[in-house]
Design a protein around this ligand. Structure first.
Ligand SMILES: Cc1ncc(COP(=O)(O)O)c(C=O)c1O
Length: 418
């Protein structure tokens, strides 16, 4: 069955359960998001069911945190087993789950060590601290003088330090004073990055493919040139693979599309299997070895429940079937979306089951189109302006992709002026 027995429903004429849930949210939940008027109640595979029993094909996958599908049975089995055993010990003691998880993840990344954290933003913050400490302890940069080069239009999270080097005014305005020590250069321009590096540069921090900016794939020479620049100038290359990594683009890491190995991987989202926040900084001993007891930590970071789940996620990734699925079905999704160019779609970008779609602005904003699409049973999220992101759970089937593309075509045709 596709959406609501194949009939489209009008979400704007919401019924009681939806209205009631949204009313409670608007009274008691801080208004830091502007969600679509869909109240999710359960989910399975690539589908979300709302409080009215309507089914939606999830083409967001919680911003890639649900890469392996809602309720993935292998991941739930690991979670259930650990729930009955031990959930939290804190890092004050060892746990029998942490070491095996870090060993497996380090091996997956081809690195020596793992620093476990919780949210993606925490992994980014931790990566910044590690790079600064490496700068003073190993590179010999005077304390407090290290700088980090970032890309314009980046998205690395929303903590105070991270928004300090964002150029998204909505994320920044009113939240100063900002953390110094960052320089932003255009994404995709290796020459501009080379010009920005000086003897106090400790790291370059980039998303290999910019996610929130609209799934922006850089020119083919970009990441190899950034890699070479970092090696030549003794600067750490930090790849934020929190959204692009863990099979989303058809490879374990997006950097692999260009045969690039960064010095530091930042991972999150899908690492927790869509069940629990789990993030990580992964690097060699000469980098992560700069941390000593008391210099960094987190009560929940590396907890037994999260790491039991993370170990299962690493096992799944070692098999490679989700990467293959993303590559194969991604080609189908991209072909379908490209078929809509000239029929309401201006551009399609991306890799694997990850696409940024610019809709003709004359038809409306990305938010307008995503509302129409939700009415047709497909959930997507706009990024900026008229750009939509398609990032379904990697368990989606070929038929479901074709159906989603068909609904997208119909939604575009429904738009005033479509
Ligand atoms: C590339 C990237 N880095 C970091 C983050 C922040 O992750 P979190 O929301 O778990 O803090 C995100 C979230 O979308 C992201 O896309």
């Amino acid at each position: 069955m596709l959406h609501a027995g194949g009939t489209s429903v009008t979400i704007l004429d919401t019924t009681t359960a939806t209205d009631a849930a949204i009313d409670v949210d608007s009274r008691y939940v801080a208004h830091n998001y502007s969600p679509l008027p869909v109240v999710a109640a359960s989910a399975d595979g690539a589908w979300i069911t709302d409080v009215e029993g309507r089914r939606y094909l999830d083409c967001l996958a919680a911003y890639s945190a649900v890469n392996f599908g809602h309720g993935n049975p292998e991941i739930l089995a690991a979670a259930h087993a650990q729930l009955d055993t031990m959930t939290l010990a804190s890092r004050a003691f060892h746990s029998d789950r942490l070491g095996p998880f870090c060993r497996a993840l380090a091996q997956l990344c081809g690195k020596d060590m793992v620093l476990p954290m919780n949210s993606g933003a925490e992994a980014v913050e931790s990566g910044i601290k590690v790079a600064r400490k490496w700068g003073t302890d190993i590179k010999g940069v005077p304390a407090g003088r290290g700088n980090i080069i970032v890309a314009q239009n980046n998205f690395h999270g929303r903590t105070t330090t991270i928004i300090s080097f964002s150029d998204d005014e909505i994320a920044r305005r009113g939240f100063g004073p900002y953390t110094p020590g960052f320089r932003a250069v255009p994404f995709g321009e290796a020459d501009a990055m080379a010009d920005a590096v000086d003897h106090n540069t400790v790291a370059v921090l980039i998303e290999p493919i910019q996610g929130e900016a609209g799934i922006i794939v850089p020119p083919d020479d970009y990441l190899p040139r950034v890699r070479a620049l970092c090696s030549e100038r003794n600067v750490l290359m930090i790849a934020d693979e929190i959204q692009s990594g863990l099979a989303r683009t058809g490879r374990t890491f997006a950097c692999q599309h260009w045969d690039v190995v960064p010095d530091i991987y930042l991972l999150g989202k899908a690492l927790g299997g869509g069940v629990i926040p789990l993030s990580a900084v992964v690097a060699d001993r000469e980098v992560l070895g700069v941390l000593h007891p008391g210099e960094h930590g987190s009560t929940f970071g590396g907890n037994p429940l999260a790491t039991a789940i993370g170990s299962r996620v690493v096992e799944i990734l070692q098999r490679g079937d989700f990467q293959a699925r993303s590559a194969e079905l991604g080609a189908r999704m991209h072909a379908g979306l490209r078929g809509l160019v000239g029929r309401g779609v201006v551009t399609v970008r991306g890799m694997g089951l990850w696409a940024g779609v610019d809709v003709d602005p004359a038809l409306g904003t990305g938010k307008h189109v995503s509302l129409r699409l939700a009415e047709r049973g497909v959930l997507v999220k706009d990024t900026h302006g008229s750009t939509l992101r398609f990032a379904p759970p990697l368990v989606i089937t070929a038929d479901e992709i074709d159906w989603a593309v068909g609904q997208f075509a119909a939604a575009l045709a429904d738009m005033p002026g479509g």
